[in-house]
Design a protein around this ligand. Structure first.
Ligand SMILES: Cc1ncc(COP(=O)(O)O)c(C=O)c1O
Length: 488
């Protein structure tokens, strides 16, 4: 009997062959020409909505047309993170082997909830967790889980800390505790801790935001004061988060000192190295992460500095068994993995249940480049960051952060220029993408991060030119505003 579902979903052999060929042509054409596209364009949402609603979905439009529609939409109606002049929010240009892995995973579709469904993927991920944990110097055996990204990894860390510091939390929840739990992050930390605190029933107020020093690193004095005051008020400090590579400016907290504070107070020490932990792969940069080995858990995103396609986060922990205690549940319907203690059903170890094989894109990229290749690729971006810093200084911008990582925060010298307006002008040029942020005491800053391994020196020069034009225009409008102002 003819099976129409097979033809509809798998597609007939000939059509499938055409789709594969078109897919590869489209990807190759994009990757080889993305440099010539505008980094970002003004997208009119109504146009996109209209195009979507014009598709005949009652009968379907067929594979070739659907593919063409998606390729056109992705090319014309969005920002291009792989572009060499996307100086962006840690979103990388994808490694080719990462793209290959994502395609393989979609086709094989292993189920990473159960070991019985994904023995090879399970071992690949276990291997990667062990290897990356070793690079960070975490005590072996390192346990961990792949996850969607840094936010989920930080959420996982928060749950681990609650579960390990307050075992009664697992059954009794927050209300079983004798006080309000509190966690500590710096002003430069990523805001995912706040969302995680909400999701865990702690609320925003449980997140104690500690001021930073002139180098944007958590102030140890302010941290101690906050801890003492909270303890005196009956709060229950349970988690200290050190940031290694702050989102705004790449700052790295004093990790050895934080480890000591956490240990003295008996609190869980988590390091959010979503972007910055990659420094561990470059021997001459690994000193930046001094102290990370003492972390109880670490967030490390491969989909940031390691140029793996999104989403590929890792949560690593030196506490074997802690993930199982936090996430273990017993079900009648899941297949059992057997008695080998080195095997775990991933769903008993993570927030996610059914899960994509995230680790393959990390593994295939690493297997292709090797550690030496990775170090070389990261070094290139670091070198571009250093060059950009030097060129900005030469062009008389005030550089506001100091880091060996490839992220530069800067502002125009002199008064009166709207920094956000400058970032907008750069973005509107279509020639480059940078953003604005706030640093010391809320001071506005421009932020340019070398996120694409495709970035070369000519791209830096072009960014400087665009910035100079934007600054000159902004200065003119400052003068015009001054002239219009009535004289006293
Ligand atoms: C330091 C840091 N932690 C966590 C995150 C969240 O990561 P994701 O967006 O992958 O969830 C980010 C995102 O930029 C980050 O910079």
């Amino acid at each position: 009997v003819h099976n129409p579902a097979r033809d509809l979903l798998l597609l007939a052999d000939e059509e499938r062959a055409e789709v594969w060929a078109a897919l590869i042509r489209s990807i190759e054409s994009y990757l080889s020409s993305v440099d010539d596209l505008p980094v970002a364009t003004a997208v009119e949402p109504l146009l996109v909505r209209e195009a979507l609603s014009n598709l005949d979905l009652s009968r379907g439009i067929g594979a070739s047309e659907a593919l063409e529609f998606a390729v056109r939409g992705l090319t014309d109606w969005q920002l291009h993170t792989p572009h060499p002049r996307y100086f962006g929010l840690f979103n990388p240009a994808s490694s080719t082997m990462g793209v290959v892995a994502d395609a393989l995973v979609a086709a094989w579709n292993p189920q990473l909830a159960a070991w019985s469904h994904s023995q090879f993927p399970y071992e690949v991920e276990r291997f990667c967790i062990g290897e990356f944990g070793a690079k960070l110097g975490l005590p072996q055996p390192v346990d961990g889980t792949f996850c969607s990204g840094g936010a989920e990894a930080n959420h996982t860390a928060l749950l681990l800390a609650l579960s390990e510091r307050f075992p009664s939390f697992r059954a009794g929840g927050i209300r079983s505790l004798e006080g309000q739990p509190a966690l500590y992050v710096s002003e430069q930390a990523h805001h995912s801790s706040i969302k995680a605190a909400r999701a865990c029933g702690l609320g925003d107020d449980a997140v104690r935001i500690v001021p930073v020093d002139d180098d944007l690193r958590i102030s140890l004095g302010a941290l101690e004061e906050r801890l003492e005051a909270d303890l005196a008020a009956g709060l229950l400090p349970f988690l200290l988060v050190g940031t290694a590579g702050g989102t705004s400016a790449g700052s790295i907290d004093p990790l050895p000192e934080l480890a000591e504070v956490a240990s003295r107070h008996g609190i869980w020490f988590h390091v959010d190295g979503a972007w910055g932990a990659a420094a561990a792969l470059v021997p001459e940069l690994s000193h930046l992460l001094k102290g990370i080995h003492a972390a109880d858990s670490v967030t490390f995103d491969a989909h940031k500095f390691l140029s793996v396609p999104m989403g590929a986060g890792m949560l690593l922990t030196s506490h074997d068994g802690a993930l199982g205690r936090a996430f273990g549940v017993d079900t009648a319907y899941m297949p059992h993995r057997g008695d080998d203690p080195s095997l775990r059903d991933p769903y008993t170890h993570s927030l996610q249940w059914s899960r994509r094989h995230i680790g393959l894109k990390v593994f295939l990229t690493l297997a292709t480049l090797g550690w030496d290749g990775y170090a070389e690729a990261l070094r290139w971006q670091v070198r571009m960051g250093r060059l950009l810093r030097a060129k900005l200084l030469r062009a008389e911008w005030e550089v506001m952060n100091s880091t060996e990582l490839p992220i530069v925060c800067f502002r125009p010298e002199g008064e009166g220029i709207d920094v956000q307006g400058l970032a907008d002008r750069v973005v509107q040029s279509g020639q480059a993408w940078i953003s604005a942020t706030r640093l010391h005491g809320g001071a506005p800053a421009l932020r340019a991060c070398v996120t694409s391994y495709r970035t070369g020196e000519a791209d830096l020069d072009e960014l400087i030119l665009i910035l100079e034009t934007a600054r000159a225009e902004a200065r003119k409008s400052v003068v015009r505003t001054e002239m219009r102002r009535p004289h006293p």
